[in-house]
Design a protein around this ligand. Sequence first.
Ligand code: SAH
Length: 204
Amino acid sequence: MAKRLVQTLTQAGITNQRVLDVIQRTPRERFMPESLAHKAYENTALPIGNGQTISQPLMVATMTQLLIQHDCRHVLEIGTGSGYQTAVLAQLVEQVFSVERIAQLQYQAKRRLRSLDIHNVATRHGDGWEGWKSKAPFDGIIVTAAASELPAALLEQLADGGVLIIPVGETKQSLTVVRRFGDEFEQQRIGDVRFVPLVKGAVQ
Ligand code: SAH
């Protein structure tokens, strides 16, 4: 089943073998309600409770591939959600820091990652608009919810030479890659996407 998903991703243009291998061996069914497990290897987003979704595998693969083209060791993720994207990243970089605004999702993701023996991840309940200042700078930042504008704190917390991958927009969203060169930020739009909004403020 995972093999078929990898074929779909390859046909859709994912070329990085390390990304494909990690997706093939990560049990996506562990990151969703049991009642949906039969759909785990379909290339679709699925509901995970609290009005949120586990991202579509093609989007996870696309964003991960964009990130690891650069030398990313110390990575910040905003929007832990189910923890699936976190698990994929953790198998490709040295250390992942992940922030989620809904406490229940953060707690569940933390438990799942531990149960899969993934230990190079630190999770935090908080507002991703603020980033994670005490752990900055980051070589790479991935945001898995759509921001109305580029969050200033994330630009500040990006290392020189670092890369930020973020959907930007409201009804119309573009997957945007931002690279930092000293105090200059270079932006490139990759294509249209659809994510849940990056909401301001954390909730219990
Ligand atoms: N990558 C996740 C995607 C989850 S959907 C997965 O595949 O499971 C996006 C997540 O971003 C949701 O869990 C939502 O609660 C979270 N989110 C939205 N606004 C946020 C904010 N300001 N700070 C941190 N997380 C946020």
